[in-house]
Design a protein around this ligand. Structure first.
Ligand code: FNR
Length: 404
């Protein structure tokens, strides 16, 4: 029997992923001055060791003030190449692929990692705590929220905006030098590129603000600059927030970045050399209104995928968010009945929405927190779906149906 699509290889340009399960980028707040550490080698290495076709390194800042926290990963300096290469080499030794997410935190920079927050304390990382509260930048001088101790950003000058584009390209060049297989540009979750996309956070009156064309300009320039410095055979991904969940403001004339603008933006990406759009949502506004259920983001991915297909554009789509069961992961990339039997158990916990099961929602499944709970998620669901995935030699005695 042929393997479910989820376990069939996916070729993107010159890179072949062994399956369609990717470890979603997750900040670990464990870097030293932007350099990956032993923590990252073990943390990221474990996923490749346990079958993840693609592991994406956490949001990696393209300049120091573009870090979310003082302990974020970075690629603004050549000295950061070697520790990244060490992780890349390990993943390659397991015959799997590794990507990196390049990011700029914008107005959500200089904040503290979760475990440094004490009740009643502010999220801002002060200079004493390694932060840079006086050098937080954004399209416009609007803080994320009035409450909670968010930094007061200053609007980037035109020269600085051009500097951001160069910083993304320089970081991408370093990622290539480290041997990375895939580059993803972070334009989601309310960080700098999202802030430019959204009319709520971008009040600029120059060529980077106002009209749709002006608001997408920085993202487009970053994509072009990165595509120009990475090899032609290297896949380029972009992660967006498909909506900032502020539609309730539209009635009072407060436009926001929504699914319609995301679809419009998505249609521009294939010609810019983007291979996959990784569809997330939210993060740009404290008063976003999200109804969370297992398919709340997967459905957004499906809608963008449909809109592209309707115009004959076949850019790949990634789905992410609350994907934690075998059958859910399987059915996102493949319509039709699942493999009968054991996996039905998993299905009971998954609330199926009306569109689900009617059509393929995405081409690649990104999983975050489930990998933190269960690093062998890929091997486990292979077993549930009855797919004979090879375990690493060192772990063979632990593989299903193998006796001592
Ligand atoms: C995240 N997420 C995230 N997203 C991103 O684009 N870049 C990042 O660096 C991070 N960092 C991060 C850290 C941690 C600890 C978590 C839990 C999440 C979001 C993540 O990639 C994913 O989109 C969400 O967690 C939703 O997927 P899951 O976790 O429901 O599978």
């Amino acid at each position: 029997a042929t393997a479910p699509t989820l376990f069939q290889p996916l070729r993107i340009r010159d890179v072949e992923l062994a399956n369609r399960l990717a470890v979603s980028p997750m900040c670990m707040y464990s870097a030293q001055d932007g350099h990956l550490t032993d923590f990252h080698l073990v943390h990221l290495g474990q996923f490749a060791l346990r079958g993840a076709g693609l592991t994406i390194v956490e949001a990696t800042a393209v300049e120091p003030r573009g870090r979310i926290s003082p302990e974020d990963s970075g690629l603004w300096s050549d000295s950061q190449i070697e520790p990244l290469k060490r992780v890349v080499d390990f993943v390659h030794a397991q015959n799997h692929k590794i990507g990196i997410q390049l990011a700029h935190a914008g107005r959500k920079a200089s904040t503290l990692a979760l475990w440094h927050l004490k009740p009643g304390t502010r999220c801002l990382a002060t200079a004493d705590q390694g932060g840079w509260p006086d050098d937080v930048v954004a399209p416009s001088a609007i803080p994320f929220a009035a409450e909670g101790g968010w930094p007061e950003p200053r609007a980037l000058t035109l020269d600085e905006v051009e500097g951001v584009v160069r910083a993304f390209a320089d970081a991408a060049r370093r990622a290539v030098a480290a041997g990375i297989d895939v580059v993803e540009i972070h334009a989601a979750h309310g960080y700098l590129l999202t802030e430019f996309l959204s009319p709520l956070t971008n009040r600029r009156t120059d060529r980077y603000g106002g009209s749709f064309e002006n608001r997408i300009r920085l993202a487009v320039e970053v994509i072009r600059a990165v595509r120009a410095v990475i090899p032609a055979g290297m896949p380029l991904f972009v992660r967006i927030s498909a909506t900032e969940w502020m539609e309730h403001g539209h009635e009072t004339g407060q436009r926001s970045w929504d699914l319609e603008e995301s679809i419009r933006f998505a249609k521009r990406l294939p010609e810019l050399g983007v291979d996959l759009l990784d569809v997330s949502s939210g993060g740009n506004q404290p008063d976003q209104r999200i109804e969370v259920h297992p398919y709340y983001q997967v459905s957004l991915a499906g809608k963008i995928r449909d809109a592209l297909r309707a115009e004959g554009k076949d850019m790949l789509i990634g789905a992410v968010g609350m994907i934690s069961e075998a059958e859910m992961a399987r059915s996102i990339v493949q319509v039709g009945e699942g493999v009968k039997g054991e996996e039905k158990k998993d299905r009971e916990t998954v609330e199926v929405d009306e569109e689900h099961g009617q059509k393929t929602q995405a081409d690649l499944v990104f999983v975050g927190r489930q990998f933190l709970r269960e690093p062998n998620f890929v091997l486990k669901i292979a077993e549930v779906l009855g797919v004979p995935v090879k375990w690493p030699n060192q772990y063979l005695y632990g593989a299903p149906r193998r006796k001592l």
